[in-house]
Design a protein. Structure first.
Lengths: 187, 187
DNA sequence: CCTTAAACTAAACGAACGTTTAGTTATTTT
DNA sequence: AAAATAACTAAACGTTCGTTTAGTTTAAGG
């Protein structure tokens, strides 16, 4: 062994993640990443291999943060009301300095031409499935209903969450809250 | 006067529009546009000034097409049921070869860093307002209710439409139809 | 203490981007 | 028919992108 790294990979990934979250994948250049992460291009490449490789680490870092929100929902047993709270929690979680930052997974799904990068696509699909399963199991606790209804309501709320996170980058807090309230009127 | 143009600007704009619609603004290169529009870069620049200038023409061309859908809704007087039909009509309108293409306005809102290009932002905002006003006036015909309720329901449906068009690029027809049905249960 | 190897800096890489320019062709008008 | 002018072709422009490479510094192991 020789020299030790001056930086923590975990720390620089989190910085990169926040930059990707705010600006998107394509609009975030290696130059911006160098500055934000505080390390040289060479160090980025030696630690993560490529911009894609770094981005995948960022997606994983994001999922860990998002999982703290999901754990809160997992811990409760009141069905739809808790999912609604999850929607509000998400808005708080994704708050930017002015408009919201959306969800890194959703933003990426909107940006990336699907199936362009196999590994990234896989993370996105898995993450989406996780959220749907979380909604389904939350609904199951409340409803004791036909699995078909559970499936449909979970899918509905999945798309609503997808829409909300996309919309959070453009619409006002009032509009977003109004959207949540109306979404849960009939659940 | 000297030579006449070999191409119709209207025709090449529509071809460009479809390319932007499918691939997004950034991912559509001048090289791709040359090929798809069947004219040289020079001709594109002499007709439209810049990539942004061409794109704005494409947004206008898109709005003309979208207005045909909106006219159908304008012509009816049955409130929410017709708006629901508009949602289904939109899915048909935005159908791609495999997954949907979404809405050019929504796709652009998701892609562009808001307020980066003033002119583009203006078109996006105006277009969004138009849709909201269309929903509001449709609801007004049915409801005879408090303007506040109209406003809230129109905003709710606006965000639902925004979410649907974003989701249409990623989710299945079944999921999208299920989303529409559940959305209108709340109206 | 000296060798060695990994982490560092900084510069350059080729490719692709949007845009411009120089030079040619074609058609209208005088 | 000649002159004029706009549409055309094709090549090159300067930037920026992600990535790589050459050369230097640092510190651990024998």
């Amino acid at each position: 062994m020789a020299r030790q790294k001056k930086y923590s990979e975990e720390e620089v990934v989190e910085k990169a993640m926040n930059l990707f979250w705010k600006n998107g994948f394509e609009s975030t250049s290696m130059q911006m990443l160098e500055k934000e992460m505080g390390i040289n291009k060479f160090s980025i490449y030696s630690s993560f291999g490529s911009k894609n490789g770094l981005f995948i680490e960022c997606l994983n870092s994001y999922k860990i943060e998002l999982n703290r929100l999901m754990d809160k929902l997992r811990a409760t047993e009141n069905g739809a009301a808790d999912i609604k709270q999850y929607f509000y929690d998400f808005l708080e979680f994704s708050k930017g300095s002015d408009l919201g930052k959306g969800c890194l997974v959703t933003n990426t799904s909107n940006e990336i031409d699907i199936y362009t990068d196999e590994k990234i696509t896989e993370v996105l699909i898995n993450s989406t499935n996780d959220v749907k399963q979380l909604f389904a199991s939350s609904l199951r606790k409340e409803l004791e209903k036909d699995e078909l209804i559970i499936e449909q309501q979970a899918d509905y709320l999945l798309l609503a969450m997808f829409g909300l996170s996309s919309a959070s980058r453009l619409f006002t807090k009032t509009q977003l809250h109004n959207y949540i309230e109306n979404t849960f009127k009939n659940i």
